[in-house]
Every structure is written in C-alpha cells, then in structure tokens.
Design a protein around this ligand. Structure first.
Ligand code: NAD
Length: 503
C-alpha cells in the first residue's frame, strides 16, 4: 500500500458524505437482513465521533444460516459448476461496478475507518477492483497437469474448489483485505462467508451487493457483520467451513488454529501482524530519500498498516542527518480532516485504538526513549480520534515500542554500529512481515536482504506493491500468502485421478 502519485479530488466531500447511505444489515442468500435476534451495535465515525448507523450483530445462528446458504450454493453448482470463463465474466463486471461506484465506496471507507478520502479514492477502491479483475482474468488460464506415469495409466492432477471458505478480515484496509480473499476464493469456484471487522463493516456489505448486481448467484457470497468473539468465532468453529482465510492480529490468529483443532481441522491461512525493520546504512546513495520514505511509509494509513516499517534502524554515523530529515518530513503529515482532499494523515479507527497508541507513547517515554516530534492527541475538538505524527529516537530493541505492534503513527528509530548488528536487531522480533535495506553497495544489499527473515524485502525503496506478487510473512506474521497466483493454493485442493489405459 503506498501513497498515490496523482490524486483525483473534489472540494465537496463533506457535503457528499451527508448523502451516503450506511446499511449495516447482513447479506445472506442475496437478501439484506437483520440479525436473527434483531440485535445491532452502534457504529460511530472516527472522523467526527458521530453515529453512522446500527449494524447487525451477527450471532452463531446467523453464521450457521450463512454457511448453510453458501454450502447449498456450492453443492448445487450454481457457481462452482460454471465454466471458468463464465465466472470470469461475472467477476469482471463486478470489478467494473466497483470502479463505477468509486466515490460512494471511498466515502464509506473514509467515514467508517478514518483514512483520507484521497487515499480511499486513489488506493483502496482501485486496488479492490484490480484484485477482483485480476483473479477473474487468471482463472481461465490455469491448467492442470498430467503426471509422467507408465504407459498403462493416465494420472491427472487437477485443482478443485474447496467448498465453503470463511473469510475474516481486519479494519485497516477493509475493501482491499476483503478483495484479496474474495478474488481467488470466488474465481476458483468456492462459496464464501465473509465476516468484516466490527470497526469497519460497511464497504464489505456494499461490495457484496455489487457482486450480486454483476450476476454472482445468490448464496455464493454471504456477508455477516458482528463481533469477533461472536460471529467470528462461530465462523471459525463451524464444522461445515472448509478453510479460513484470516487477516488480523497475531493474538487472534493463534485462536484460529485452536478453533480449527477444536472443530473439523479446517485449513487456516493466517496473515498477521508486523514490526517491520527499515535499515539505513551510511553508504546509502540517497540518505534523504531513505529518511523521507521511512516516514511516509509509516504515516500512510495513520500507521495502521501491517507492513509499516515502524522500526527504523540507522547506522550511527548518519543518525543525526536521518533524524533531522525525518523530523522535517513529519511536518508534512499533520493530522487533519480526512474529508479534506489534501489531508495525508487521517483519524485512527476508534477511541480504544487512540488510547492504545497514546499508551505506547507513555510507555516509550517511561522506558527512556526521546520524542523527536508528536506524542499527543490532536484535533480533539472535532470529536474524532487523531494522533500527532510521532517519532521516537534513542530506542533500543528491547523496549515495548520496538517489540509490539502499535498500529498508529509512531516510529521508533534505533541506532546500529555495523552490518552484523543491524541484521541481528532486525531479526530480533517475533514478527517477519517485511523489511527494507538502504545501501549503495550491491553486495551488501543482497547479503542483508538474504539474511533478513521476512516475507518481503525491499531494497532502496519501500512499499512497492502489486497484485502480481505474494504478500505475507514468516514467524508470527503468519503462514499464508495473499495476492498473486499463489493465493489459489489456499482456496483449491489438488486432486489426483488415475485412469487405466488398456494397451
Ligand atoms: P483483530 O485480530 O483484532 O481482528 C481481525 C478480525 O478478526 C476482525 O474481523 C475481528 O472481528 C475478528 N476477530 C477478533 N477476535 C476474534 C475471535 N476470537 N474469533 C474470531 N474472529 C475474531 O485485528 P484488527 O485489529 O482488526 O486488525 C489489525 C491487525 O491486522 C494488525 O495486527 C495488522 O498487522 C493485521 N493485518 C495483517 C495483514 C497482513 O496481510 N499480514 C494485513 C492487514 C492487517
């Protein structure tokens, strides 16, 4: 996820926001519906603290109805039995509809979770549409295999959809995270029950409505909003769900494995948290660009990105220069109204997250780190949840602000002496999602990139991102890979068919 180069903006977002419809009812078997017991929860906007609307509080019963609907759709082959080219056509129409409804989706996303409208418009909506379109395009280009067996047999290796997929996603990129699951799962013929985060439920529901409009048969995609310990747990424990595609915290990812063990041993694919390291060596060709890139890569999306490089490791002899540039760059990320087209740093998702981020700031100070900038709540008069862009210097890797995922606009700068120490600090983390190496020496860049334990390593850049490449981590950052053709591995089973050939 990276900042757009060109922004398409409009000056009237606040006016348009007033006209947006927030429908928090579930979508099951093609119908919008209240939860079975009529229960709802209130969803307020982090932008101004005001109520957006009631959201259906999905229960175990609602999940069961949704899973039954998805199972029936899978078994009667209304979707799984269609030729790949036919599924492709529906999903391409769906991607087109997402783009056609770009402004509405972007406004919902911004009001729901606080990211700047220019980013919702230029990053989130196009990325979701591209994921759906890309998997649609891919699905009729994947072939099976014929095994090199003897002359009297034919052994076919084919990929089959698994059945019913449970998708459980977080709030930080609601549309993008949903589309990374829905693209490969639906393109390969599965049915899906999607549980969006209770902190950002609306765009997932709207995406599913657009899928129906595009021609996805009813029941193939059901969306049940609700809380993690209720709807989420019921989905992960359901005995008729074949696999869980989970994106969220490492804490809950651990539970997913337990739910699988307690139920039907369903496959679990975990995409979890991160504390990515950004290594700046003094031989980097452009120290200033490195420092500015580090700041932008963390503050984008209010620091609420799993892959944000929140540990910036800097070689001692360029530390003063890097800190000066970082402090300067932070000035161009003031917290501001997300509905203003020029805003780069919006609101954090809710009050609990605000308090958690500020709690980490207090802990960092208590442990002896120094604030280079920020550290406080901002714009409290708006009723929204804003944090100043915050940079800590003098951090060592044992401090909580260096070890734990803060998920807010907070950077920890950690000095190092030499290459060996930089690698040791970078790898001294329970996480292993991404990393970045800045060096003008080709051999050092390669050597360090090889030594870093991370799912993705960037060299002299950060945050390049494309649907064509896998995204995921090692260690406690998870085990699955979203994006790219590898994502089909998660949602298909390999089947071997032996045929006897009479000679
Ligand atoms: P979270 O783990 O609290 O919640 C994620 C989802 O799980 C939500 O839908 C939630 O309702 C549900 N959930 C919570 N408790 C549950 C339970 N007991 N049983 C079943 N479901 C439950 O995470 P979050 O706060 O929504 O998201 C932030 C986290 O997501 C961060 O750790 C971030 O790094 C991670 N993330 C990872 C990636 C990646 O690709 N690796 C991408 C985005 C976010």
């Amino acid at each position: 996820m990276h900042e757009p180069h060109a922004q398409t903006t409009s000056p009237n977002w606040a006016d348009r926001a007033a006209a947006v419809r927030f429908d928090g009812r579930s979508l099951i078997e093609g119908q919008r519906q209240a939860s079975a017991h009529g229960e709802t929860f209130a969803k307020c906007s982090p932008v101004h603290g005001r109520l957006l609307g009631p959201v259906a509080r999905g229960s175990a019963h609602d999940i069961d109805v949704a899973v039954r609907s998805a199972r029936a759709a899978f078994e009667d082959k209304r979707w799984s039995g269609q030729p790949p080219a036919a599924r492709k056509a529906v999903m391409q129409r769906w991607a087109d509809l997402i783009l056609a409804n770009r402004e509405e989706l972007a406004l919902i996303e911004t009001l729901d979770m606080g990211k700047p409208i220019s980013h919702s418009l230029s990053v989130d909506v196009p990325a979701a549409a591209r994921a759906i379109a890309w998997y649609a395009e891919a699905v009729d280009k994947i072939y099976g295999e014929v095994a090199p067996t003897g002359p009297n047999d034919l052994a076919l290796i084919t990929r089959e959809p698994m059945g019913v997929i449970g998708a459980i996603v977080p709030w930080n990129y609601p549309m993008i995270m949903a589309s990374w699951k829905l693209g490969p799962a639906l393109a390969s013929g599965n049915s899906v029950v999607l549980k969006p985060s209770e902190k950002s439920p609306y765009t997932a529901l709207r995406l599913a409505e657009l899928a129906l409009e595009a021609g996805l048969p009813e029941g193939v995609l059901n969306v049940v909003p609700g809380f993690g310990h209720e709807a989420g747990e019921a989905l992960a424990l359901h005995p008729d769900v074949d696999a869980i595609g989970f994106t969220g915290s490492t804490r809950v990812g651990r539970r997913m494995l337990a739910y699988s063990a307690q139920s039907n041993l369903k496959r679990v694919y975990n995409e979890l948290g991160g504390k990515s390291a950004f290594l700046v060596f003094s031989d980097a060709n452009d120290i200033e660009r490195a420092a500015r890139t580090a700041v932008g890569s963390v503050f984008f999306n209010q620091g609420e990105s799993c892959n944000a490089p929140t540990r910036v490791l800097v070689q001692q002899d360029v530390l003063a220069e890097v800190l000066a540039v970082m402090g300067d760059e932070a000035k161009s990320w003031p917290a501001a109204d997300p509905l203003n087209s020029s805003t780069r740093l919006g609101a954090v998702v809710d009050e609990a997250q605000l308090n958690s981020v500020l709690g980490y700031v207090d802990q960092g100070l208590a442990e002896g780190a120094q604030l280079l900038c920020g550290g406080h709540r901002a714009l409290s008069e708006t009723g929204g949840h804003y944090v100043q862009p915050t940079i800590f210097s003098g951090v060592h890797n044992g401090m909580a602000i260096a070890r734990e995922e803060i998920f807010g606009p907070v950077i920890s700068v950690i000095p190092f002496a030499d290459e060996a120490e930089a690698i040791a600090i970078a790898n001294d983390s329970p996480y292993g999602l991404q990393a970045s190496v800045w060096s003008g020496q080709l051999d050092r860049a390669h050597r360090v990139a090889r030594a870093l334990r991370a799912g993705t390593v960037h060299v002299n850049q950060y945050d390049e991102d494309d649907i064509t490449v896998p995204f995921g981590g090692v260690k406690q950052s998870g085990n699955g890979r979203d994006k790219s053709l590898h994502a089909f591995d998660k949602y298909t089973e390999l089947k071997t068919t032996w045929l006897r050939i009479q000679s």
